[in-house]
Design a protein around this ligand. Sequence first.
Ligand code: C5P
Length: 232
Amino acid sequence: PPGADARGLHIVITAGPTREPLDPVRYLSNHSSGKMGYALAASAVRRGARVTLISGPVSLPIPDGVERIDVETALEMHDAARRLAADSDIFIGCAAVADYRAAARAEHKIKKRKGEQGMTLKLVKNPDIIADIASRRGPADRRPLVVGFAAETRDLELYARDKLIRKQLDMIVANDVSNAGLGFGSDDNAALLLWRDEEGEGSENLPPQTKSRLAEAIIERALYCLGVRPTQ
Ligand code: C5P
């Protein structure tokens, strides 16, 4: 395809939700079809990159040419990300990681208690995977170009810019999830890209389009931020 050549580059992408078990039959999770992350993986392969997809439970086929590592929990995703990040050129955090997990996973199914109308679950915070990868400092602790996502229902640019800076990302893909018919589970999405590189800060508004075309634009911009220029 036209555009930048990603041959020789390793791109690691997290995708889908994580699943945090409460007991043997229940879990906490997020809405995430994984479609955006899988579209990014397919797009990066088309550019010639070696692609590893760290995927939470989704019902999508593995895109051709992609190596997939299946994980369930945020801690498992974090382990895989840490292991792979040192060997990657671009790290894209597209997963909807659960912010919290159960403080303790019950060994047996939690039973309803007679006469009690409520129950309290004790949760503990999960690690911020992308912020951890982005805080690496090379060369021993090699740091890839880090691209994050921000799903917001209001003040899109404000919150996205805050995440870009706070998590020390190089680029962020901001989605307005209050937009009916776009985003979650849908085949289409729109996004605002914000980035920072040696040339300074930049932004690009990507209008509603298929996640596949959106993925092309995101990969293209990430490669540009990495210094890879289109060949034609
Ligand atoms: O803070 P928030 O969850 O909105 O940030 C979203 C971005 O951070 C996404 O790129 C997501 O994959 C990443 N993230 C992560 N680990 C977490 C929470 C979010 O990598 N525990």
